[in-house]
Design a protein around this ligand. Sequence first.
Ligand SMILES: Cc1cc2nc3c(=O)[nH]c(=O)nc-3n(C[C@H](O)[C@H](O)[C@H](O)COP(=O)(O)O)c2cc1C
Length: 276
Amino acid sequence: MKKKVSVPIKTFWYSDKIVWPKTVTIVTTVNEEGIPNAAPLSGVMHYDNLDKQPRVMLMMRKFAHTIQNICKTGEFVVNFPPYEYTDDILEACRFYPKGVNELDFMRMTPIPSQKVAPPTLAESRQVLECKLDKFYDLDESQRHAIGNIVNILVDEDLVDMSRPELAKAVDPTITLGDAGRRFFHWTRVGDIMVDEVQAPPKEEDARYTVRMNLEWESEALETLEDVPMFVRSMIVEMAEQIVEGEGGTVVTNKRFKKMQDDYTPPSMMDRIDTSD
Ligand SMILES: Cc1cc2nc3c(=O)[nH]c(=O)nc-3n(C[C@H](O)[C@H](O)[C@H](O)COP(=O)(O)O)c2cc1C
């Protein structure tokens, strides 16, 4: 085992002494006059996984034109430039004066979006159209914006692909960080390994692994029967924590069903492959 040594924590620490690969997006916006703007962003994260209010979070320098446009006009589009467009990423990254449309200098093609004003980039094989939900300042220089996803678009030919085929077809650009903000390091999807989680334990064994600390109404136990075995102990733990947090001692069927609506809607459970 190697000895670990402490390294100095500097600004941009995540791209300095450590490797933290991230997908690069190009976020398009328009300013108040309707002039488009494009900027590369790797600080983009899915923020709310459920389908009730699907959201993304952008992490940006507060004075970037992109975040200023978003806060003024309330709309943005997240594009995923394929690996062959790393030159476009760097073009969009340049510090152009306010009101300059970076897209005029890029190879990627702006086309109208469906539900928002900022353009979509045609070569991006998947696109998120978003409307601002809220934003907050982390400090003097950094701002986070949370956007509601109002439309997810993918190229027609991607719809029925398997995950490995999809990953190769979208061919996202992955940043490995930069050296001195001059030399940017990229990579793309290469080897794809697929692992299967352990088969769900058999009913008889699993009964012992689901530990209950609170009393459960018999109807709630029946509802629990529909929860796939391999997530059941996690769901029980969550349910009991919520009930205890509310000062309760019994998990009622009514409360449990409401939790299912809130945290594990049918659309989430449908994703889970329980086939043999
Ligand atoms: C690969 C890559 C990732 C970037 N990610 C971010 C980011 O997450 N947040 C940010 O504020 N700037 C990021 N930048 C820098 C912005 O793109 C840059 O400041 C740009 O000039 C902003 O343009 P704008 O003023 O038109 O919005 C990134 C740049 C590159 C090349």
